[in-house]
Design a protein around this ligand. Structure first.
Ligand SMILES: Cc1cc2nc3c(=O)[nH]c(=O)nc-3n(C[C@H](O)[C@H](O)[C@H](O)COP(=O)(O)OP(=O)(O)OC[C@H]3O[C@@H](n4cnc5c(N)ncnc54)[C@H](O)[C@@H]3O)c2cc1C
Length: 264
């Protein structure tokens, strides 16, 4: 059997209207929102690396949701479309039909602003996941590196890793109060890096930690999620300076400094 074969699963895109059931401040910069509603039934997320597109009320306070026509999103005419942003399904509980999403409160942007005020009974839209990249589960070691936007994916991944797997985790957060309790059956070595007022886009804490990190013994999968140019530089370090095969790295820009993350 081929070693380290990742799987790409495609799902039929479902657009849903979902309802806030609960909302709580996990840490100073993270709001946990739990969604429910009949439309959520059948929600499927095969990988911690998945994302859903969430649609928030437009500046007029309306939820102007698209329909999925001809493989692309079509918004209703004559109203400003709902802004959409990518979020990780932190957990889906199919028994209770509850989807948990952890939102970073970074102070700016429709998603962050909405999450800060989220209350039971409010509705937003959710599309997807469209696909799941399922990382091979037969690596000797997993290295996960990310800023606070990656924490939902990392937290979920650690919960899903089986007993005996080894993982090294480097997480950058705004300050010490933003640390979270992360559970895992795996053998995890986790280090928190606190920015303490440094800018999230220009901090180099993760880059320096990665440069100092010895390559673990055995076959290692590297997962990176952070601000786009930072994620790209860390991927480059792995390929150029360490010769890590590109199939053993997944580096994703989770947000872009100085611009909205809205896609066309
Ligand atoms: C696959 C994927 C999964 C993701 N999962 C999550 C998740 O589970 N939780 C989560 O919180 N985020 C997640 N993100 C990141 C999230 O989509 C972006 O941070 C998004 O830009 C937030 O939208 P916004 O409306 O709050 O801000 P935007 O309108 O997009 O941006 C407004 C301003 O804020 C800046 N900005 C955006 N995000 C940040 C940030 N995190 N820190 C500092 N400045 C920022 C932008 O540069 C811009 O100047 C994910 C992204 C991807 C691609």
């Amino acid at each position: 059997m081929t070693r380290h074969a990742h799987q790409m699963q495609r799902h039929t895109v479902v657009l849903r209207e979902i309802e806030v059931l609960r909302s709580e401040r996990l840490t100073p910069h993270m709001q946990r929102v739990v969604f429910g509603g009949a439309a959520l039934r059948g929600f499927l997320s095969a990988s911690p690396d998945d994302h859903v597109k969430l649609f928030f009320p437009n500046p007029q306070g309306q939820l102007a949701l698209p329909t999925s026509g001809q493989g692309r999103l079509e918004f209703p005419e004559g109203v400003e479309p709902s802004p959409m942003r990518d979020y990780t399904p932190r957990r889906y509980d199919d028994e209770f039909n509850e989807l948990t999403v952890d939102f970073v409160l970074h102070g700016d942007g429709p998603a962050s602003a909405w999450a800060e005020q989220a209350k039971p009974g409010q509705h937003i839209g959710a599309g997807g996941p469209r696909g799941s990249f399922v990382v091979a589960n037969d690596f000797d070691h997993y290295v996960m590196i990310g800023d606070e936007t990656a924490l939902p994916a990392i937290g979920r991944w650690l919960e899903e890793l089986p007993y005996g797997v080894r993982a090294t985790v480097l997480v950058e957060i705004p300050g010490s109060a933003d640390r979270q309790m992360l559970e895992s059956r795996a053998q995890v070595e986790l280090t928190w890096f606190e920015r303490n007022n440094q800018d999230a886009a220009t901090s180099q804490l993760l880059e320096h930690a990665l440069e100092r990190l010895p390559t673990p013994a055995g076959d290692t999968f590297w997962w990176i999620a952070a601000e786009s140019s930072r994620a790209r530089r860390m991927r480059q370090h792995l390929s150029d300076d360490r010769g890590v095969p590109k199939e053993w790295v997944r580096a994703t820009g989770y947000w872009k400094a100085g611009g909205s993350d809205e896609e066309a």
